[in-house]
Design a protein around this ligand. Structure first.
Ligand SMILES: [Zn+2]
Length: 187
């Protein structure tokens, strides 16, 4: 019974166009901030991160996680907003962070020219859910099709940023992302 429910959910999540099902800042209860547009739009990159913290398994839990991340980035780090352009948790719904076209604070060498996309959880040893992985790949495709990424865009990860020393997005997740279409280790 449990397996059937999980499989049905994965099938349902995969069938959606993730660009048409983004959980907006208003929906997850974002603080209001002043966001900065990228100097050049659309960006040419899509950069994968993980939070290296707890995962979230329900929409309510992921909403709360987004609020926590935003509070941490603004109140502790002193940033203008949550650092990432988008996030995704176990259910596989894409969350709007800073959103499209906004200059993020996720990767010093990449932020000006990429969308930063963060998997909520610690993916050093454990992969994200199948729904989160497949919806992220579909999200890259539909973002490109919608003109929010350049047609020749690249995909990379935080650890590939030459200006940063980090294990992000975790070895297990890195091993998967590095096999994805358009992956470039040093874009
Ligand atoms: Zn990162």
């Amino acid at each position: 019974m449990k397996l059937a429910i999980v499989l049905a959910f994965v099938a349902f999540a995969s069938a959606q166009n993730p660009c048409q099902n983004i959980r907006t800042r208003t929906q997850w209860g974002s603080r209001s901030t002043s966001l900065t547009w990228m100097a050049t739009r659309p960006p040419s990159g899509f950069v994968i991160h993980h939070t290296a913290g707890a995962r979230c398994t329900t929409q309510a839990a992921c909403d709360a996680m987004m609020r926590n991340l935003q509070n941490f980035h603004m109140d502790t780090n002193g940033w203008a907003d949550i650092g990432y352009n988008f996030c995704i948790g176990d259910p596989g719904q894409v969350y709007e962070g800073r959103g499209y076209g906004r200059h993020g604070a996720h990767s010093p060498g990449f932020s000006a020219r990429s969308l930063g996309h963060c998997f909520i959880g610690d993916h050093t040893n454990v992969l994200p859910t199948a729904a989160a992985l497949s919806n992220t790949q579909a999200f890259i495709t539909c973002s490109r099709n919608n003109g929010e990424l350049t047609s020749g865009h690249w995909v990379s990860t935080h650890r590939n940023d030459q200006q940063t020393v980090t294990a992000c997005p975790g070895q297990a997740l890195f091993n998967v992302v590095s096999t994805w279409d358009r992956f470039h280790p040093v874009p």
